[in-house]
Design a protein around this ligand. Structure first.
Ligand SMILES: [Fe+2]
Length: 270
């Protein structure tokens, strides 16, 4: 039963050396949950879990979202593998999952199954660290703002010339208002923005979008970011409540495929 955790960079990421039995037994579950909140993303190099082991491990951390086949969602841009693949094109933009929810997913556990010869690496940005490092004056200026999140926001950056049909599809999803800064039950704060963040409540739309772009550029500076270069068998967990993620573009026909298990959210955005 080995277990060793080491920080990857000062502000984000921990690499965990352990074995399957330790993960599946749940013996380190609380420690892993604590590390996830503190470090934003946890990497288990070449741990090589099967779907069943990944699900068993996930259940030691919390309740899992019923999605895909028995809880395993295959992330792929190939519509033969994942019928909803077209929506996943937006995942090349910085985002968090579940912008339309009051209680977004706690996090997701991703296993690398098939890699692409080009692209397909995943990046994570720590939005707690980004908030903490903001100049005080900026914190005061943005801490009470609220922003509307939209489906159009998540798609506009990749479909720059959308058809009327696409626009109509995006408009089926109601806009969702969230605070720009999430004050967690722990007392810690994180910036809450991503591709879904479309405009700021009560602000001129263009001025609001400029502020969103400025804050997103701030939050995704290199010191807050970890880029994972996948090897088959790697497993990564990210804290969806305190980080952003994106995938580097990869060809849809490359076979790139990750198996994801998602943990049910535990805390309403506030
Ligand atoms: Fe995502």
């Amino acid at each position: 039963m080995t277990f060793a955790a080491n920080d990857i960079t000062p502000l984000i990421g921990a690499r965990i050396e352990t074995d399957k039995a330790t993960l599946v037994s749940g013996g380190r579950a609380q420690e892993i949950r604590d590390l996830l909140e503190r470090r934003g993303v946890l990497v288990f190099p070449k741990i090589d879990l099967t779907d069943e082991e990944q699900l068993a491990f996930a259940r030691t951390l919390g309740e899992i979202v019923p999605q895909g086949e028995k809880g395993i969602y295959k992330v792929s841009l190939d519509t033969k593998v994942t019928p909803t693949a077209d929506y996943l094109r937006g995942t090349v933009l910085w985002h968090f999952d579940g912008w339309a929810d009051d209680v977004p997913a706690r996090g997701s556990i991703l296993s690398g199954r098939v890699l692409s010869p080009v692209g397909g690496q995943t990046e994570f940005a720590n939005t707690y660290a980004a908030w903490d490092a903001l100049p005080e004056e900026k914190k005061r200026a943005v801490e009470s703002l609220k922003a509307f999140h939209t489906m159009e926001g998540t798609q506009r950056g990749v479909f720059t010339n959308p058809s009327d049909e696409m626009r109509a599809d995006w408009a089926r999803y109601p806009a969702k208002l969230h605070p720009l800064v999430w004050t967690h039950r722990s007392g810690r704060k994180s910036l809450l923005l991503g591709s879904s963040t479309d405009w700021i409540d009560g602000m001129d739309k263009e001025a609001g979008r400029a502020l969103i772009a400025e804050l997103q550029a701030w939050a995704t500076q290199p010191q807050f970011v970890y880029r994972h270069e996948w090897q088959v068998g790697d497993m990564v967990i990210w804290d969806n409540c305190g980080s952003l993620h994106r995938v580097e573009p990869y060809p849809a026909d490359s076979g790139w495929r990750m198996h994801r298990v998602t943990l049910v959210g535990e805390e309403p955005i506030a």
